[in-house]
Design a protein. Structure first.
Length: 231
């Protein structure tokens, strides 16, 4: 296992605090997987048999609601852990994970991860922290959809994406993923027309620069300010 892979895996919350011996066991137990754009790592409702740490590329996490609408929970990149919580409980995947750009990941069977937890009970705290982070994220999503205006939700989505996928440029922060207006609409609980209109206005105000599947945040401070406006 090369050093870059080991470094990425070491930064994931689920594996923090492991002894060198246990960490070496984790790396040895994983297997590399390459997934092309458009393929899925798993589908909503599938049995949770496998866990992933993303090493490269970007992945869209989405859920189909009971009324048939698709909601994008997040778009993630290297260092993201997927499937661990549900694999530990044996529940089906609650979301789908679709690869946007060709992605490499390190993969473990669920029973391997369960064995790790049994071997190292201190890892239970990591699992609980990861679960807490997920609950907070979902609560925030519900709050946004029920109380915030479209502009606030879109601003928050862009800031969240810049935290996960941002790349510093002279002109600002590039969201390093090929995003479409549909992605942003489904992530912000709105429609493509509203996303296009708001991004056009923000471009005129020099808050963002947009191109073909490319967004640069020129003024993160202004964007953060928009998330707090109530009217």
């Amino acid at each position: 296992m090369n050093r870059n892979i080991a470094s990425i895996v070491a930064q994931t919350k689920i594996f923090q605090g492991l002894s060198p011996k246990d960490y070496a066991w984790v790396l040895k137990a994983g297997r590399l997987k390459r997934t092309t754009a458009g393929e899925r790592l798993f589908n909503q409702g599938d049995p949770s048999q496998v866990c992933y740490v993303i090493l490269s590329g970007t992945v869209r996490l989405a859920q189909i609601t009971p009324d048939g609408k698709r909601v994008i929970i997040n778009i993630v990149g290297p260092g993201t852990q997927l499937g661990f919580l549900v694999a530990l409980t044996g529940r089906p995947y609650p979301i789908s994970a679709e690869v946007i750009e060709e992605s490499d990941s390190l993969v473990w069977d669920a029973d391997v991860i369960r064995s790790l937890i049994l071997k190292t009970p201190s890892q239970i705290m990591n699992v609980l922290e990861a679960f807490t982070d997920l609950i907070i994220c979902l609560q925030r999503k519900v709050q946004q959809l029920s109380t915030e205006r479209v502009e606030q939700r879109l601003a928050y989505s862009l800031l969240m994406l810049s935290d996960h996928l941002g790349k510093e440029l002279d002109e600002g922060i590039l969201i390093n993923a090929p995003l479409t207006h549909r992605d942003l609409a489904e992530m912000s609980g709105t429609n493509i027309y509203s996303v296009s209109r708001i991004l056009h206005r923000w471009k005129e105000e020099c808050i963002v620069v947009t191109g073909r599947k490319r967004i640069v945040i020129c003024s993160p401070e202004q964007l953060r300010g928009l998330t707090h406006r109530s009217s």
